[in-house]
Design a binder for this molecule. Sequence first.
Ligand SMILES: Nc1ncnc2c1ncn2[C@@H]1O[C@H](COP(=O)(O)OP(=O)(O)OP(=O)(O)O)[C@@H](O)[C@H]1O
Ligand SMILES: [Mg+2]
Length: 225
Amino acid sequence: MTPDPTPAPILHVENLSHRYGTAAVVEVAAWTVQAGEPWLLLGASGSGKTTLLHCLAGILLPTEGSVRIAGTEWRTLGDAARDRFRGQHVGLLPQRLHLVDCLSVLDNLLLAQYAAGLPRDAAAARAVLEPLGLADRLHERPHRLSFGQQQRVALARALVNRPRLVLADEPTSNLDDASCAAALGLLLEQARRSGAALVIATHDRRIKDHVPRRLELTDGKAVPA
Ligand SMILES: Nc1ncnc2c1ncn2[C@@H]1O[C@H](COP(=O)(O)OP(=O)(O)OP(=O)(O)O)[C@@H](O)[C@H]1O
Ligand SMILES: [Mg+2]
């Protein structure tokens, strides 16, 4: 009997470089993230963290190099397939939350299911929202919630399709120390419970020592931190 082939890492980046115009913004020679691993992506403001996260999420195709998610290179997918693949395998918690204010909290999650080409499943959406303390806000519009509550809705939306990779962009900026610790704890705990790999992009030095695997962007180049 032939043994099972080694599963592809959840994320594999090779010789990536992205430019807006002529200036290279971010360069990553090689980076591998295995299933279930939490990582920090560190770097000063403007160092290219959001640009790199968007390359990882297949929102941007890098100028050069490759990004593979569980063995699938973004470039091999057409636009519609890329959106579906992202919806099913990558949970994005964006820097600006981008919740849809004309929909309820619950409907924001059903929209994420629909956009990924998955059946709308209100029970699954409730099961993600309730442990985040949002059980009594399911039918509320997001703009009527506090920022911390809105952030938890965005986290629930990132998790609802059970992604293998969660990307969080500056989830603790603008939070006081107690809220920062709570938001970080929630992210790590939720990713651990769902078995997802997690990349947190941050310039928040308060959380630097809480995650042992780190990549730092310095002058646009990635180095282990
Ligand atoms: N769409 C764009 N067109 C041109 N330049 C851009 C674009 N988006 C970002 N940049 C530039 O790329 C660089 C990196 O920006 P990026 O948003 O990736 O940094 P960041 O590390 O996420 O910053 P912050 O910590 O402030 O969120 C900056 O110099 C920015 O001005
Ligand atoms: Mg950013």
